[in-house]
Design a binder for this molecule. Structure first.
Ligand code: ZN
Length: 488
């Protein structure tokens, strides 16, 4: 892995090689480690803490909207997968199987779950008898397995962590409302907390979840112009209800199938957050997600440390009391070494205080995102930190939004123009970005774009910035205005 192109922090610059930058940045920040099991990583404490913060925000929103958490088994009998034809076809290629226990071969082999619609379907068929049992609103926090050929920490691993919501409703209308509500929650959490702008929209049939009637997604642009599907919400219709015989006696005394939904977000969000905000100096965590929002570092000669600590300690307590996630770095290392380390870890704000600052009744605050430094009076520190954290959060979102706009192409009308655009960008080593294109709805046109340019349809945004009249591939009338991009 030796590469002469790394910077003084040991990180490959983004402009040099974005994927190498990503690996360098997460390793320097100590978020994960590889294991001897291919495609399976350890989430080290700093990486796991990012997940815990995402979890806690998401979980709060799920509960506010009436959902409760449960836990279903990780092993799913093979026969369950056969009950929904598209589902089995979609997931079979990446299922790991348990075939024996001890020295005995199992009568029926068991898959490590790739998702739980089948197990949930089976259980719901036993729990739901009457309209009085509906709706069922359950979420599960769990690990899932998809045996991937090409893996990338946090973004695509063979085992990953996620949440999967599974709901059952009496009517299509209600189930569709639920599907949209959860997509909206995903958008709000990802935009407000992770400071990542997303496009909400519908997936094309070829990109749909295996077994769904309709799949909706939020899609985010990374700093290399590629897309990440950051969350999905599916209206499953009666597909799983028929497969698993989930019927209820309705008010009109008729037996009916329920309408189900499922929705999920995963540890991909960690990878997205890093790829949207990180820079050549390492991670840049948005304040609302940062495990540590402010790190306090005493500076100046050791013999004057006592004088500094007289101000340092009460300030630390004040900040903590104000609810700021603050850490004091009192290790026996040079300030420069500490600055570097906390920069790599993406802590939004650093507070420096030395003997001269004590004399002047002040501290220095340094922003991770812009590098800007401000001098602040001691008795205004808490207030200033609070204001700055809000400001950094807003500006990080705005910067990501500006970047997205700059790398979105709205005026490419034909496949010829698209090929020329891709060639041009590749020649200049620039991001291909996202292309908003008309699409007639034919799968052959979608795959033509994919074959020629490696851009895939991301989603059909609910609110397209412009509406396209002609299909980019065949030139006939466009039915859908669709985002196309290269994706992780
Ligand atoms: Zn077409």
């Amino acid at each position: 892995m030796a590469d002469g192109k790394v910077n003084e922090k040991g990180i490959t610059p983004q402009s040099e090689n974005f994927s190498r930058w990503y690996i360098d940045a997460i390793r320097k920040a100590d978020l994960m480690d590889y294991t001897p099991v291919r495609g399976c990583i350890v989430f080290k404490p700093d990486g796991f803490e990012l997940w815990e913060r995402i979890q806690s925000v998401m979980d709060g929103r799920f509960k506010e909207t009436g959902h409760r958490n449960a836990y279903f088994p990780m092993l799913i009998p093979e026969s369950f997968f056969q009950k929904e034809k598209e589902h089995v076809e979609g997931f079979n290629p990446e299922l790991p199987w348990v075939t024996e226990a001890g020295s005995e071969k199992l009568e029926e082999k068991l898959a490590l779950r790739p998702t739980s619609e089948t197990m949930v379907g089976r259980m719901y068929s036993q729990w739901i008898q009457s309209y009085r049992d509906l709706p069922v609103l359950i979420n599960q926090w769990a690990n899932v397995f998809r045996w991937e050929k090409r893996t990338l920490p946090f973004l695509r691993t063979s085992e990953f962590l996620w949440q999967e919501g599974h709901t059952a409703h009496a009517t299509e209308e209600e189930a569709r409302e639920e599907t949209m509500q959860m997509l909206q929650i995903y958008k709000e959490v990802v935009e407000q907390e992770l400071a990542i702008p997303v496009w909400m929209g519908q997936k094309t049939p070829s990109e749909r979840f295996a077994g769904a009637v309709d799949t909706y997604s939020i899609e985010a642009m990374m700093k290399d112009g590629k897309a990440v599907q950051a969350g999905t919400s599916h209206y499953l219709g009666e597909n799983f209800a028929r497969g698993f015989d989930i019927q209820f006696l309705d008010r009109d005394n008729q037996q009916k199938y329920v309408h189900t939904t499922s929705w999920g977000t995963s540890t991909r969000l960690i990878g997205s957050m890093i790829m949207v905000h990180g820079d050549d100096r390492g991670l840049v965590n948005p304040p609302r997600m940062a495990p540590t929002q402010l790190v306090m570092i005493p500076v100046g000669p050791g013999k004057l440390r006592e004088k500094v600590m007289e101000k340092f300690d009460p300030l630390f307590d004040q900040l903590k009391e104000a609810g700021i996630r603050v850490r004091a770095d009192l290790r026996d290392e040079s300030p420069g070494w500490k600055f570097n380390e906390w920069e790599l870890r993406g802590v939004p704000l650093r507070l420096e205080i030395g003997p001269r600052d004590v004399d002047n009744n002040q501290v220095i605050l340094a922003r991770r995102d812009t590098g800007e430094k401000v001098t602040v009076e001691l008795d205004r520190v808490v207030e200033q930190v609070e204001e700055l954290l809000v400001k950094i959060q807003e500006e990080m979102f705005q910067r990501a939004l500006d970047f997205r706009e700059k790398n979105s192409y709205l005026e490419i009308e034909t496949i010829g123009d698209l090929n020329a655009h891709v060639a041009q960008m590749e020649k200049e080593s620039k991001a291909v970005g996202w292309v908003l294109a008309g699409w007639c709805g034919e799968e052959s046109c979608e795959s033509k774009v994919k074959e020629e340019t490696k851009l895939t349809s991301r989603n059909i945004p609910f609110e397209a910035p412009v509406v396209k009249k002609r299909c980019i591939a065949c030139g006939s009338e466009s039915k859908f205005t669709t985002w196309f991009a290269r994706a992780y």
